[in-house]
Design a protein around this ligand. Structure first.
Ligand SMILES: [Zn+2]
Length: 545
């Protein structure tokens, strides 16, 4: 038998969670043609896997790189993802996808996505099918699967009214449902929503339920950035009494999924603010109870206590509705300051926990990498004013690194509880561009889970770590022929050294490359080796449902 490539020796962790085993793997036509446990394969070029683990390529189940993929030089921007072993991205998260678009919704999408993209790109497509065809024609660095974003659909159907509290008319709800169905039938794997950002923040549960029923009819998944990841938030009243808001938010989503009979993925399950941390047991227990009661639910998390977000993330919806005028109205700002002060105090979140990653306005560039306490000192103004200055100058588009995500430098019990949970898939949630400061998740997410959380801290065996990076997210999303090492499946593979695999990022060096990722293969071809990309050919595939 002849192979294009044989990976000799090496230990297979096949992605299913079963114990590792020794085998040779023969690859032909981009797929795994043979797995030989007793004998050695011959008849082809070889890649020596001695001392290494051979695993399925990692799946980043929550990516925002769909805003980079349409760029002709996206491979240069996204290389760090490949170098940490990621071979497949699930994109279109938090309510936003670059398709479908209309003539009128383009500027709205452009405005929202500015934080996530590196530069504007022409929309050579309208439907999701046309978008996927465009990417396929131009070639991809890595595989990409797409979700269709609820915010994107709202802009397409409601135009500017999407960014306001008036609900869609019954005709508009019908139009939203038709677009959901069309996009799913054209290859999207599910619907995503971002209920804390405009325009998702304005959507009522009735609207969501109507769309979720369509998603369920198509057998697809609903992934959702919830209304609240904090125990108090501007999104529920009363603000302080009663059930913690992140618990309420999770319960609402579980109830929606139960009612619509839809598969649910709770996106980036985080506990933001020191006083929110104590709610993690309740949230995890609620998820477990819902799962035991028949709701098809799981979640995802990244292994850091800082995440990227927008400067707008701390603003209530009443302020976001008419942001451009309100941010210059002193009376409004006084009310906002009172609310944000109260919020910060009740959350246990300080301005020094927030770092400016990208300021958008040229004059803010020198502040990038600083936290907002330092920015306030630099600007000679109080912290709140400094924060509003950045929000105003960036027109609400600045990218920030928000800390106290399920832990901080001292404690991270909620983070470990989430990561250790069998229903947790791993992901980056990163916004990777060449502008501003980096999020360490772009460089070290998967090596960090394998090295720090599996090997060093022993939260779970390596087989389980690999399962939740590969077959588990593939099954959740519905990706066929990826996520496990099996004959006939795509030869998307990672060879890593279990003794040395590690994330090397630090707050001062958030872009340090990882250790121990020795080779990455996509469609049977080595695309990265020992920290360098190999060749210029794009091997990534557009995945369609
Ligand atoms: Zn999100």
């Amino acid at each position: 038998m002849n192979f294009d490539l044989i990976i000799t020796n090496g230990t297979v962790i096949d992605g299913t969670g079963r114990p590792r085993f020794r085998a040779d793997r023969g690859i032909r036509d981009g797929r795994i043609a043979a797995i030989a446990t007793g004998e050695h394969l011959t008849g082809g070029q070889t890649l020596d896997g001695t001392g290494l683990i051979v695993a399925p390529g990692f799946i980043d189940v929550h990516s925002h790189s769909d805003w980079i993929l349409p760029l002709p030089d996206h491979d240069q921007v996204l290389t760090p993802l490949l170098l940490q072993g990621i071979t497949t991205l699930v994109t279109g998260n938090c309510g936003f996808s670059p398709a479908p678009v209309t003539e009128d919704s383009m500027p709205l999408l452009d405005g929202f996505s500015e934080m996530m993209r590196e530069r504007a790109f022409p929309y050579h497509w309208r439907s999701l099918a046309e978008f996927l065809d465009t990417l396929e024609r131009d070639g991809l660095l890595l595989n990409a699967a797409f979700l269709v974003g609820h915010g994107t659909l709202r802009y397409a159907v409601m135009g500017e009214r999407a960014d306001g509290p008036t609900p869609p008319t019954p005709e508009e709800v019908d139009a939203l449902r038709r677009l959901v169905r069309q996009s799913l039938q054209e290859g999207a794997f599910g619907l995503s929503a971002g209920l804390a950002y405009a325009p998702g923040v304005f959507a009522h549960n009735e609207e969501l339920l109507a769309l979720l029923r369509t998603v369920a009819e198509e057998g697809s998944i609903f992934t959702v950035h919830g209304r609240a990841y904090t125990w108090v938030s501007p999104f529920y009243t009363p603000m302080i009494l009663g059930t913690p808001h992140n618990v309420r938010s999770t319960r609402e989503l579980l109830a929606l999924a139960r009612e619509a009979h839809v598969r649910l993925q709770l996106s980036h399950l985080i506990f933001v603010g020191r006083r929110t941390w104590r709610t993690h047991r309740t949230v995890l227990r609620d998820v477990e109870q819902a799962a035991a009661g028949g709701v098809d639910v799981a979640f995802d998390a990244f292994p850091y206590t800082v995440g990227n977000s927008t400067v707008n993330v701390v603003f209530p919806d009443w302020f976001l509705d008419g942001f451009a005028e309100k941010i210059n109205d002193p009376r409004v700002l006084r009310r906002l300051k009172r609310e944000i002060d109260l919020l910060r105090w009740t959350l246990g979140l300080n301005f020094r926990d927030i770092i400016l990653l990208w300021g958008r306005a040229g004059e803010l560039a020198e502040l990038e990498g600083l936290d907002f306490a330092a920015i306030a000192r630099r600007l000679g103004m109080p912290e709140f004013e400094a924060y509003m200055h950045v929000a105003r100058m960036s027109e609400g588009k600045a990218r920030v690194g928000l800390g106290t995500y399920s832990g901080d430098g001292e404690r991270e019990e909620p983070l470990r509880a989430a990561l250790a949970h069998p229903l947790c898939a791993f992901m980056t949630d990163t916004i990777l561009t060449r502008r501003g400061r980096h999020n360490p998740a772009s460089f070290g997410t998967f090596p960090r889970v394998l090295g720090r959380y599996s090997r060093d801290l022993g939260l779970f065996p390596l087989e389980e770590a690999v399962r939740r990076m590969t077959s588990f997210p593939a099954e959740r999303i519905g990706l066929a022929d990826v996520g496990r090492i099996a004959e006939g499946g795509w030869a998307d593979l990672v060879l890593f050294d279990p003794a040395t695999v590690a994330d090397n990022t630090t707050p001062g060096r958030p872009d340090a490359p990882p250790t121990g990722i020795r080779a990455v293969l996509i469609s049977g071809q080595v695309v990265a080796q020992d920290g360098q990309t190999v060749g210029r050919e794009r091997r990534g595939r557009v995945l369609r449902r």
